[in-house]
Design a protein around this ligand. Structure first.
Ligand code: SF4
Length: 456
């Protein structure tokens, strides 16, 4: 095993699942009756991608992928960073000797971890991240993490989770990572003082904005999870309530509930409508009235509406088709429909966690096709037949669709950009307007050059 931080090509992953069929689900619930469930070939990144934003957030953590050169190339290129100073992720490469069983992979891993921790005394939390190759050779990383924790405790905490493409898609890596952190959160008796936990990785600038707004509406006892520093893991108790900031944290939510915390059902804080509902839902659990929330948030709401409206005229009436990618699709589609007047043709998402997304689903027009999972060829046919003005999809689909004359938005950009909350609502609208604007300008240029050619 060797450690690699090479910078190489971008890798998108294609999966072939055993089943290959589309099934409209026969559910009587008003919010699921029009959901199309699909299984088949899908086009998404694996869960290793989450390291890109997680390593920036938890500033004393290190992510050691136990994988192949492909895994190393994926995170290096997705992170888009140069190898300057000291990155906080790397790959312990499983080589031919490990694969052939000629070397003891556990011994090799211990050596790599020892080298790493000797060289980097600043690491306080080390994640061993599983991959497809580590799964294939059945390397038990939870045992390895427990063994190494004993060796390096209390200086370094060592945890593990899987980012493998066999088990996870794109944003599920964050879910697996946060789930592994929940058992480390200090347990407290907080019966006398209700505490709010905001769950999901947010850019620091957004966290600071949200902190100001929670204080304004009168919620003082709150914490963000994950924290910026692993030694500041928030406490948890039976009087902890939590708001999800991201729609892809089903496993983490379950783990928090097992620890006694209660989930606050809410829309997600995208756009004005979602952000307002998110703060209001939290406030209602702290006995704060809607009039107080409204009064405090009004200037932010007005400013956000003004910023969103700049793109309203341009986007109003345009149609959009979402391919499944990050699980952000349903809240973002609701924003485009309700605040920008866009027509939703299909909203595809990898998974629907009904409990978390129900409130969002009730806000989506019944004429929109919601689909869960993917059978990519069938979905491409539906998409091209519907001829949308804008397609939101992964990198692997965007180029061929652009070549066919469609306008696309890379879904990955929506995960990497700060888009939560009132102050970002205008930028969020702009992210969808930009590719359409670019297309219009290009077509205008083409028309002009044709006109000049005709004159000559
Ligand atoms: S974990 Fe699997 S899908 Fe992801 S980069 Fe490594 S080999 Fe590819």
């Amino acid at each position: 095993m060797t450690v690699s931080t090479d910078l190489m090509d971008e890798v998108a992953i294609r999966f072939d699942s055993l089943e290959n069929k589309s099934t409209p689900i026969n559910d009587k619930s008003p919010t699921t009756k029009h959901i199309l469930k699909e299984k088949g070939q899908r086009e998404v990144f694996c869960g290793l991608t989450g390291i890109v934003w997680l390593h920036r957030k938890i500033q004393d953590a290190f992510f050691l992928v136990v994988g192949s050169r492909t895994c190393a190339h994926l995170i290096q290129s997705a992170a888009g960073v140069m190898i300057f100073a000291e990155p906080r992720f790397a790959t312990a490469i499983i080589d031919d000797k490990d694969l052939a069983g000629l070397a003891d992979a556990n011994e090799e891993l211990d050596k790599v971890v020892s080298q790493l921790l000797n060289r980097r005394p600043d690491i306080k939390l080390l994640f061993l991240v599983g991959s497809c190759p580590s799964e294939v050779i059945k390397l038990d990383l939870s045992n390895a993490a427990a063994r190494l924790s004993k060796t390096y405790s209390p200086k370094v905490k060592i945890l593990n989770y899987s980012g493998s493409g066999i088990e996870t898609t794109f944003t599920q890596g964050e879910d697996a990572c946060l789930k592994s952190l929940v058992p480390e959160m200090p347990r407290v008796d907080n019966k006398a003082n209700r505490q709010l936990l905001i769950v999901g990785t947010l850019a620091d600038v957004i966290e600071d904005q949200f902190s100001r707004l929670f204080n304004k509406i009168g919620i003082k006892n709150f914490a963000f999870f994950p924290p910026r520093n692993s030694s500041n893991l928030p406490e948890i108790g039976s009087n902890t309530v939590f708001l999800l900031a991201q729609p892809f944290l089903a496993e983490t939510a379950l783990e928090l509930e097992k620890a006694g915390a209660k989930h606050i059902p809410a829309m997600f804080p995208f756009g004005v409508e979602g952000s307002y509902d998110w703060f209001l839902s939290a406030a209602s659990h702290f006995g704060i009235s809607e009039s107080k929330v409204k009064a405090e948030l009004e200037p932010y709401i007005n400013r956000a509406k003004y910023a969103v409206d700049k793109n309203l005229k341009f986007l109003n009436g345009k149609s959009v088709f979402f391919f499944p990618d990050s699980q952000l699709e349903i809240p973002l589609a609701r924003f485009l429909q309700n605040e920008l007047g866009m027509k939703l043709l299909e909203v595809g998402t990898p998974y629907i966690h009904k409990k978390h997304i129900d409130k969002e689903l009730t806000k989506i027009s019944s004429s929109a096709q919601i689909s869960e999972g993917q059978d990519v060829e069938k979905q491409l046919d539906r998409c091209t037949n519907k001829n949308p003005d804008l397609i939101v999809c992964g990198l692997g689909l965007a180029n061929p669709l652009e070549a066919q004359g469609f306008t696309t938005k890379w879904a990955i950009e929506l995960v990497f950009s700060p888009i939560h909350g009132f102050d970002q609502a205008g930028d969020l609208a702009e992210l969808f307007a930009r590719p359409l604007n670019r297309r219009e300008k290009l077509e205008g240029l083409n028309r002009n050059s044709q006109f000049v050619e005709d004159l000559q």
